[in-house]
Design a protein around this ligand. Structure first.
Ligand SMILES: [Zn+2]
Length: 244
């Protein structure tokens, strides 16, 4: 069948050495933040390439700024995410009738991310605790309507048992259910180990997203001529190379 004299050539076209464009690097290194192509000097921050101006900006964001400003921003962002999460979690649970674990974990993730954003990405033990606390409160909030319902019907039943069918003031009901709601995740978790696990994951997610950022900047490096691996250079020598 196949002629041994003519080995299966993929095509008759001649090999196109001329067309292969080796003059341009295949993947031009880009700054991880501003996405501009790196020409010459660059830095490496936690393994990502940064141009000099982005490196300065990253460094400034990790050292400067106001501590209380970060705290209040983290608190505001985290609280917003916690409220949104509670509404979402309650809404979906009420609509579907299921305690959807994925949503609880998403709430933990969202609150954690919001706190981290507020803290300028710094994280740390303090923000971990804040994120966990807000996530817990968010879960409490998602359970609060059920707690209120349960508490109201229980007290109504009690009231009808007694001689005086006195209506309990709504404000009082809200306050008491609010306090009871703080324990609701624990109480629900004791009833249902799956829920306990879900809440645990949610809190862990919030915690995890706020681990202290460690910034390790290496450099400056000089972009090596195409084809060679980038290597550390002294600045003076490197500048000459980039010109040549
Ligand atoms: Zn950049």
């Amino acid at each position: 069948m196949t002629d041994p004299a003519s080995p299966a050539a993929p095509s008759d076209a001649p090999l196109q050495f001329e067309r292969a464009e080796f003059t341009e690097p295949r993947a031009a290194p880009k700054c991880a933040l501003c996405q501009r192509a790196i020409t010459g000097t660059y830095f490496e921050a936690n393994g990502q390439l940064l141009c000099p101006s982005c490196k300065d900006a990253v460094e400034a964001s990790m050292t400067g700024g106001s501590k209380s400003g970060r705290f209040f921003r983290a608190l505001a962002f985290g609280t917003g995410a916690a409220i949104a999460g509670a509404v979402l979690y309650f809404g979906v649970s009420a609509l579907t009738g299921y305690n959807l674990g994925l949503i609880a974990i998403a709430v933990g993730w969202g609150v954690g991310a919001a706190v981290r954003k507020g803290s300028d990405g710094r994280g740390g033990r303090f923000y971990q605790v804040l994120a966990v606390l807000l996530t817990y409160l968010s879960v409490c909030g998602s359970l609060a309507p059920d707690v209120y319902e349960g508490f109201s019907s229980a007290s109504d039943a009690e009231a009808t048992d007694g001689a005086a069918p006195e209506e309990m003031p709504v404000v009082f009901r809200v306050i008491v259910s609010g306090i009871l709601s703080l324990a609701a995740p624990v109480l629900v978790g004791m009833e249902s180990p799956i829920s306990l696990l879900i809440y645990g994951f949610a809190l862990w997610e919030a915690w995890r997203r706020n681990t202290r950022a460690v910034l390790k900047i290496d450099g400056p490096f000089q972009l090596a001529p195409a084809g060679e691996a980038p290597a550390p250079e002294s600045e003076g020598k490197a500048q000459e190379q980039s010109v040549g």
